[in-house]
Design a protein around this ligand. Structure first.
Ligand SMILES: [Cu+2]
Length: 280
């Protein structure tokens, strides 16, 4: 029995050691990247990826720093609990304590193990609420993009723009997964029509579905919103940098659920206007 426990403890220690090493590596990478002028961003999933994708919006930056903040508590609590388990198993053996000590209730101990976790929870809750409410904030959007999920493709609508003669015109297109792979493109992640959005603008996303539940998810934007038939969900987006961002449907929606990727191209304002004019 004891050997089993020792093995288990060794395994847990190893796990925490690995976790801690990953965390240290991540911090070191972050420090190195600070000094690199031109860096390559990770905007799609990559092989053996350990961390999160690079952020493209302020909300994801908040999520990543909250994630790093939480890792401190996770590692500290994990080490404490494993140490306590180890201490109990090693110290309180039957041969060392043939007659057990009988005592009940320790008010001091109960106060300590209630108050300390409560304080830790408060330290976690305060920044998490700030982040949560910042995600709901929709600041005077300039563009609205309507996203409709279908079995098994996405369709996009730009409805709120005027042409030079001041007539409202819409741009509506479908976005299917590319069947053919070109050099340098990602398998199962490329689409025939990419969504184009401008950077440094507040964008409103309206997400719905035409048939079953889908989910519009792009990790670099920190957005994963369910597309429900008969219901319009809303999300806000503020792109900080140019790039091509990849996502996938994240709600099991049928046989071709894995084949309805999302590609968003973030461009400058002038490029966006040009693209928009060319769509008419
Ligand atoms: Cu889907």
């Amino acid at each position: 029995m004891f050997t089993m426990f020792t093995l288990f403890l060794g395994f847990v220690f190893l796990l925490f050691f690995l976790l801690f090493t990953c965390w240290i590596l991540k911090v070191m990478f972050a420090i190195c990247r600070f000094f690199v002028e031109h860096e390559v961003m990770c905007d799609s999933a990559e092989r053996w990826q350990l961390g999160l994708q690079d952020p493209a919006t302020p909300t994801v930056e908040g999520m990543i720093s909250f994630h790093n903040y939480l890792m401190f508590f996770i590692i500290a609590i994990g080490i404490l609990v494993v140490w306590m388990l180890y201490y109990v198993i090693v110290s309180y053996k039957k041969k060392n304590n043939v007659v057990s000590v009988h005592f009940t209730h320790s008010s001091l101990l109960e106060i300590i193990w209630t108050v300390i976790p409560a304080i830790v929870l408060l330290f976690i809750a305060a920044p998490s609420f700030a982040l949560l409410y910042s995600l709901d904030e929709l600041i005077d959007p300039e563009i609205t993009l309507k996203i409709v999920g279908h079995q098994w493709y996405w369709s996009y609508e730009y409805n709120d723009m005027t042409a030079s003669n001041n007539n409202l015109y819409s741009v509506i297109f479908d976005s299917y997964m590319s069947k053919e792979l070109t050099q340098g493109s990602f398998r199962l992640l490329e689409v025939d029509n990419r969504v184009v959005l401008p950077i440094q603008k507040h964008i409103r996303l309206l997400i719905t579905s035409a048939d079953v539940l889908h989910s519009w998810a792009v990790p670099s934007f920190g957005i994963k919103v369910d597309a429900c038939p008969g219901r319009l969900s809303e999300a806000s987006l503020f792109l900080k940098r140019e790039g091509v961002f990849y996502g996938q449907c994240s709600e099991i929606c049928g046989v071709n659920h894995g084949f309805m990727p999302i590609v968003v191209k973030a461009v400058s304002r002038s490029e966006f206007i040009l693209w928009r004019l060319l769509q008419v």
